[in-house]
Design a protein around this ligand. Structure first.
Ligand code: IMP
Ligand code: MG
Length: 170
């Protein structure tokens, strides 16, 4: 297996800083923003992004699992939020949007709890037709439809803590 760097550390840092500035501007008038990180992949991006925000914010996590061996796109909650998000402004923080099933499910699940708003922030999105209809509010970068690792993203739990995003050639 070989790795080829797709997004280097400096580029990641620059983009995260820009995204944090944009989010901080957009939520400047709100009392608080609840960041919902999707475990495990989003933990590094969330840590970087959250520390760059200049607005009041709180960090929550969910852990989700896609059902294996089905094409229904069903998703299961392995670990839920600890706090009530009713009336709160919520930002889903994801590492990657591929088919878009995970964020679509989470969006519907969170909306049902009566938050003031729910938006989606993802560090990367794959360029494929199916994910095009997912309304991502904050996007770090579009990437080719390949398997990528690093910066939270894994391949069988490997490569997750690489400081850059790389394409994995198997
Ligand atoms: P979805 O297809 O948009 O629902 O993505 C489901 C999940 O698959 C993501 O949250 C990631 O955890 C994982 N995933 C999709 N593509 C990649 C990839 O290229 N590298 C690592 N994980 C991925
Ligand atoms: Mg993920």
């Amino acid at each position: 297996m070989t790795l080829s760097v797709l997004i280097d550390e400096a580029t990641i840092a620059r983009r995260v800083k820009e995204m944090a500035a944009e989010i901080s501007r957009d939520y400047a008038d709100q009392e608080e923003l609840v960041l919902v990180g999707v475990l495990r992949g989003a933990f590094i991006f969330l840590a970087d992004l959250a520390r760059r925000l200049t607005i009041p914010r709180r960090v929550e996590f969910v852990a989700l699992q896609s059902y294996q061996g089905t094409t229904s796109g069903a998703v299961r909650v392995l670990m839920d939020l600890e706090s009530d998000i009713r009336g709160k402004h919520v930002l889903i923080v994801e590492d990657i949007v591929d088919s878009g099933r995970t964020v679509r499910y989470l969006m519907e699940n969170l909306k049902a709890r009566g938050p003031a708003s729910v938006r989606i922030c993802t560090f990367v999105r794959k360029q494929r037709r199916e994910s095009a209809d997912i309304d991502v509010d904050y996007l770090g970068m579009e990437i080719p439809d390949a398997w990528v690792v690093g910066y939270g993203l894994d391949y069988n739990d490997q490569y997750r803590t690489l400081p850059y995003v790389a394409k994995l050639e198997i």
